[in-house]
Design a protein around this ligand. Structure first.
Ligand SMILES: [Zn+2]
Length: 392
């Protein structure tokens, strides 16, 4: 076992380090380096690994095995002396989310008795699963307010090791089934959790905690939240959205909701009017078309199936005839003649062999062609069939 100094525990704000290589080897085309000391946290305890550079070469991964921290690089290092530089925004983000999680879990347990069963820290979101079958909005807001109170109190976070016989001396939030010494992270006097991650030094460095939403999950509640810079970024984004919407609708932020409701009401009214006018227009079109003798072959490119069917109904309400409406790739067929052609049968016998898809009843059918040439071909067949039938 190689003794290495884990500076991410003792100096979590250290961002640069001069150290030396202990060993270096190749593994599946990647180069794995072990250092005398390290500032890079390896994946573990629910917290993703750090990133950064060794002599300017970017780290691909950091993991721990056999008691040593392994730094994975795309190429070997030539020198023995190493300058390590931490990707600080990433580390700070992890420390803010992770410390915020301890705080939020403690608040849910102390205020409402809900225990935290699991924690997720991802690039997109953070969440905890708490043992609440249902979380009320009062509880959610209460927990969020209480967590931010503790942030503003700026309590210190302490880390120390407890030997097995000392476990009873502090009110541990959770007893892990691990033997040997336990690393404890304490939010001073407020929360005592066994944890191997990195944390901020005072709750004030969490900055801000915001719960975004909750959902039911396996009989529990999954709580999505943001801390620190993520919460600040979220606030900036949302403030910009509100400001833009306010400018677009020409109202102050406080009146946005009322104004949007009003606009939605207006849109519904406009949609009702459009529907009425469409029906009126269809009636007028039907009157113009039926001024002449049927059968009627109508071109209506770009119209919807519903519009075409509406026009066919309007025409047949005025006269007895056969109607064929061409939508471009689709034909709508209908008639109300006592002895008219069997339209569904016609489609089946004449259109399907040409590659058309569709069908229908004797008095109403539709057919779709992906090939416009075939649609024209079927349309010609249809004209002959209908004229022959009506001529009988
Ligand atoms: Zn932790």
């Amino acid at each position: 076992m190689i003794a290495i100094t884990r500076l991410y525990y003792t100096q979590p704000w250290l961002q640069e380090l001069e150290t030396r290589i202990v060993s270096q080897h190749e593994e599946n085309g990647r180069h794995v380096v072990v250092l005398e000391e390290t500032i890079f946290y390896p994946t573990g305890g629910g917290q993703p690994h750090d990133l950064g550079t060794l002599n300017g070469v970017p780290l691909l991964d950091v993991y721990e095995t056999e008691g040593a921290v392994h730094h994975v690089l795309p190429q070997p290092l030539e020198e023995t002396e190493v300058r390590a530089v931490l990707d600080w925004p990433r580390r700070l983000d992890h420390m803010q989310q992770h410390s915020g999680q301890h705080l939020l879990s403690a608040v849910f347990q102390d205020e409402y008795g809900y225990k935290t069963e699991s924690f997720h820290l991802g690039a997109e979101y953070c969440s905890i699963d708490i043992t609440a079958p249902l979380l009320s909005s009062e509880e959610q807001q209460g927990a969020e307010s209480r967590a931010n109170e503790v942030i503003f109190q700026d309590l210190p976070l302490l880390t120390y090791t407890l030997n097995p016989d000392e476990r009873g001396e502090v009110p541990l939030r959770k007893i892990p089934d691990l033997e040997g010494p336990l690393r404890i992270v304490e939010i001073k006097g407020f929360d005592y959790s066994p944890c191997s991650g990195t944390h901020v030094e005072k709750t004030g460095q969490i900055g801000l905690l915001k719960i975004l939403r909750t959902e039911k999950y396996k009989g529990m509640t999954r709580v999505y939240f943001l801390c620190g810079n993520r919460a600040f970024g979220d606030y900036q984004r949302k403030h910009e959205i509100c400001t833009k919407l306010g400018a677009l609708l020409a109202v102050p932020e406080g009146e946005l909701e009322q104004r949007v409701l009003l606009e939605l009401e207006r849109r519904k009214e406009v949609e009702r009017m459009v529907e009425e006018l469409k029906a009126e227009l269809l009636g007028m079109q039907a009157e113009r078309i039926t001024a002449e003798q049927g059968p009627y072959f109508v071109e209506l490119p770009g119209a919807s199936i519903e519009e075409a069917q509406g026009l066919a109904r309007s025409i047949l309400s005025l006269t007895e005839a056969v109607v064929v409406i061409n939508l471009g790739e689709r034909l709508i067929l209908a008639h109300n003649l006592a002895a008219g052609p069997g339209l569904g049968q016609l489609v089946k016998e004449k259109a399907l062999p040409l590659g058309g898809r569709g069908g229908g009843s004797p008095t109403g059918a539709q057919v779709y062609f992906s090939d416009p040439g075939k649609l024209e071909e079927f349309l010609n067949v249809l004209k002959q069939e209908i004229c022959a039938k009506i001529g009988e």
